[in-house]
Design a binder for this molecule. Structure first.
Ligand code: ADP
Length: 275
């Protein structure tokens, strides 16, 4: 591996066998009709912490700022993006590739749930098949004119998230945590994985940080005290947002109406991405 101080950032003229060099060589070419400017991955340590919700809200806010926006739902065994946006199964295609369905406000979406007959059909595929499908979401879909693409990456650091890290040209990742997780370990793993692939970590979003009592307005820390500040400091990361448990958000997700979201928890995070 090249000494960091000696690195010229030009792998074509360097003999060192850095992980970043390997990463570059494994990135898949996108469809010839695609034009994607920025790709941001959203990761988490485990399922159920709100990664899909955060991905969806980031896309909605980016789209509202007037940028053409897309989402790849790479969480193939737990795909929830179409439901959150109220987009129904059915994808058109041509000989050149698949055409991603769009949300009401024009966010382009690709998810395995859009390709299945029914939302409730389980995806009982092994890791390599799932990884192949995710690659195809990048190579075989026509993503023309996309300024910001968000990728909902499967939780953890197994072979499927690894495939996403290696085969999609991620500009950066955002880590979503919740206070009940072993946040320190999860963040460290995500940071290490990103650093191995030479991908910047844009920051952390802590979800389900508190619940506001509807009567007395007191903040209840349902999952205990948050340690996100110390962990962010330890890894020199920005805290992009803290999101409370908000029954309105759950309702918007369940009814497919996330584009109507009125709260501004992720405004700072979007400003960090759309600079
Ligand atoms: P993940 O993608 O990490 O598996 P989801 O985004 O699918 O998690 O969220 C899991 C469930 O929790 C969903 O039903 C979602 O609507 C709900 N949820 C997530 N974050 C919040 C929140 N801040 N307030 C209320 N409900 C939430």
């Amino acid at each position: 591996m090249a000494n960091t101080e000696e690195c010229t950032h030009d792998c074509s003229t360097c003999g060192a066998n850095c992980p970043s060099k390997n990463k570059e060589s494994m990135i898949e070419a996108c469809n010839k009709y695609s034009n994607v400017k920025h790709v941001i991955g959203i990761v988490s340590g485990k399922g159920g912490v709100g990664k899909s919700l955060v991905t969806s809200m980031l896309a909605v806010l980016t789209n509202r700022l007037g940028h053409s926006t897309a989402i790849i739902d790479a969480d193939v065994t737990g795909p929830s993006i179409p439901r959150i946006f109220g987009v129904r199964p059915g994808v058109d295609g041509t000989d050149d590739g698949l055409i991603p369905p769009q949300s009401e406000n024009g966010i382009k979406i690709m998810s395995v749930n859009l390709l299945l007959d029914s939302e409730t059909t389980p995806v009982v595929w092994r890791g390599p098949v799932i990884a192949g499908v995710i690659k195809q979401f990048w190579t075989d879909v026509i993503w023309d004119d996309v300024e910001y693409m968000y990728v909902d990456i499967p939780p953890g650091t197994g072979d499927v998230p690894l495939t996403v890290f290696q085969s999609l040209p991620l500009d950066g990742i955002i880590i979503v945590t919740s206070p009940q997780e072993l946040v320190s370990m999860i963040v460290e793993k995500a940071v290490n994985m990103a650093s191995l692939m030479n991908i910047p970590v844009l920051g952390i979003v802590e979800n389900m940080s508190w619940l506001e009592c509807p009567d007395c307005k007191k903040r209840i820390e349902l999952f205990g005290k948050s340690h996100v500040e110390e962990i962010a400091k330890e890894h020199n990361l920005k805290i992009l947002a803290k999101i409370p448990i908000d029954p309105e958000l759950a309702k918007l997700c369940d009814s497919g109406k996330i584009e109507g979201v009125g709260v501004n928890y992720l405004d700072d995070a979007v400003n960090e991405i759309v600079k």
